[in-house]
Design a protein around this ligand. Structure first.
Ligand code: PXG
Ligand code: PLP
Length: 440
């Protein structure tokens, strides 16, 4: 059994959401990160155009976060979260609810976006049940939605490729249509003019199932993972109205949009629409320690706080909920956001960012450009018969050119750390333009 360690053997690690065989033939390795840049194993600097995976909103190697983690690891490494507490969990909950939109006074901690989504769905079902509306068991998602990869999130999710391998999923789930409409909205800056009526699909679904059987509707206020679909003007307001009319909870999945990505702390601040529950992850700890959260109003939370006091009110939680090191990282992250004004910095940079993005109009294969906050998307005409290949080849060329971009299907998504400087925006789009010009 004396198998020697194999540090350079790439076989054992089955990589997530990766073309494993392609990667292992030509690995792309990051060995360090600082500020806006990664360093590769061959010593090149790569400009981070994606904040890791939409999560390092304050950039990399931020001293307050690093120090908080170091200290916490030496002081209290782990504490049980079930029937026990530790001070940083409460401190972090207080601090993070203080920056949440008004009324979101309670937070439940998880370890990822996927866990946050499943937690929010379970909370919605249980909320109706504790109030005596146990018949509300249906969950409504949206085509092209991404709500992580656990069974609940996958079931309400609407990205066909993420669903097709995995059987029948949760029963009682239906979907409204997505909002993508290139024919009317291509090359829009900010929120598209057309498509508020797509929200009326929810009325159709309500009529089909009887709205009194529907527990919740979950949407990303801005769909990220599917390739950046920005909600049409008035769309989210209308979803809110329909949910209110039928007593249905509205869940916003803010895993990407939370913590400043859209130029406001949360998407609901930007759009002026409040859900009943919302999820977060990624930027919660700047991506440094895995952590997620579900924020709720007192109306939801207090509905559970009945019955004998020795009984557990919500039979749900994770071994690592409110992990001390994650809470410490979260506190360091909030300090960093506050010091650098990052939760609103996107708003200051938005028009410069949008100008740079829209300067790509007219380059080969570009069929749409869209932006909101510090997010941009470039939709490409697919190569006939080879969907995703064009964008993937561009991703590889961009990496060689010193910029990290993200592709999904034939869409390039950009979401840099919120500390990005104007000169770095120029560099990102300048290099990307060169890559696009030589793309097949
Ligand atoms: N909800 C939303 C809206 C997300 O964007 C999740 C849930 C799941 O979070 P976890 O932490 O379980 O991965 C996400 C995650 C991409 C990309 O490039 C997007 C995500 C994750 C990885 C890559 O589009 N979104
Ligand atoms: N599986 C087994 C056998 C377990 O004992 C536990 C937790 O105790 C889990 C899964 C869930 O793990 P987690 O709480 O980290 O989600």
């Amino acid at each position: 059994m004396n198998v020697p360690p194999r540090p350079n053997d790439l076989a054992s690690f089955w990589m997530p959401f990766t073309a494993n065989r392609q990667f292992k033939k030509a690995p792309r390795m990051f060995v360090a990160a600082d500020g806006m840049h990664y360093t590769t194993d061959d010593g090149r600097k790569v400009l981070d155009g994606t904040a890791g995976l939409w999560c390092c909103n304050a950039g990399h190697n931020r001293p307050k976060i690093v120090e908080a983690i170091r200290q916490q690891a030496g002081e209290l490494d782990y504490a049980p979260a079930f029937q026990m507490g530790h001070p940083k969990a409460f401190e972090f909950a207080n601090r993070v609810t203080a920056i949440a939109p008004e009324g979101f006074d309670h937070v439940f901690f998880t370890n990822s976006g996927s866990e946050s989504v499943d937690t929010a769905l379970k909370m919605a079902l249980a909320y109706h049940r504790v109030r005596g509306e146990a018949q509300r068991v249906r969950l409504i998602g949206r085509e092209r939605g991404y709500h992580g990869i656990n069974f609940g999130g996958m079931s309400v999710g609407g990205i066909a490729g993420n669903r097709k391998m995995f059987g029948v999923m949760l029963p009682g789930v239906d979907h409204i249509r997505h909002t993508h409409d290139l024919a009317r909205n291509a090359f829009t800056r900010g929120e598209p003019e057309f498509g508020v009526e797509f929200a009326d699909e929810l009325e159709r679904v309500c009529a089909l199932h009887d709205p009194s059987t529907i527990a919740a509707v979950i949407v990303e206020p801005m769909a990220g993972s599917t390739g950046v679909l920005i909600p049409p003007k008035g769309y989210l307001q209308r979803l809110r109205e329909i949910c209110d009319k039928h007593g249905i909870l509205l869940i916003f999945d803010e895993v990407i949009t939370g913590f400043g990505r859209l130029g406001t702390p949360f998407a609901s601040d930007r759009f002026g629409v409040k859900p009943d529950l919302f999820t977060a992850a990624k930027g919660l700890t700047n991506g440094v320690v895995p952590m997620g959260a579900v924020f709720t109003t007192s109306k939801i939370h207090d509905a559970f706080m009945t019955g004998p006091e020795h009984l557990i009110e919500f039979a749900h939680g994770y071994t690592y909920s409110a992990n001390p090191i994650a809470c410490a990282a979260g506190l360091g992250t909030l300090d960093t956001y506050a010091e650098d004004g990052l939760l609103t910095r996107g708003a200051e940079l938005e028009s410069y960012w949008a100008d740079a993005l829209h300067s790509l109009k007219g380059l080969p294969h570009v069929i749409d450009l869209r932006n909101l906050g510090l997010i941009g998307a470039i939709e490409l005409e697919p190569i006939a018969g080879q969907p995703t290949k064009r964008a993937f080849d561009i991703f590889l060329d961009a990496y060689q050119s010193g910029i990290l971009i993200r592709t999904t299907g034939d869409i390039i998504a950009l979401s840099p750390p919120l500390i990005i400087e104007k000169a770095q925006i120029d560099e990102l789009f300048g290099k990307l333009a060169e890559v696009l010009k030589r793309a097949a």
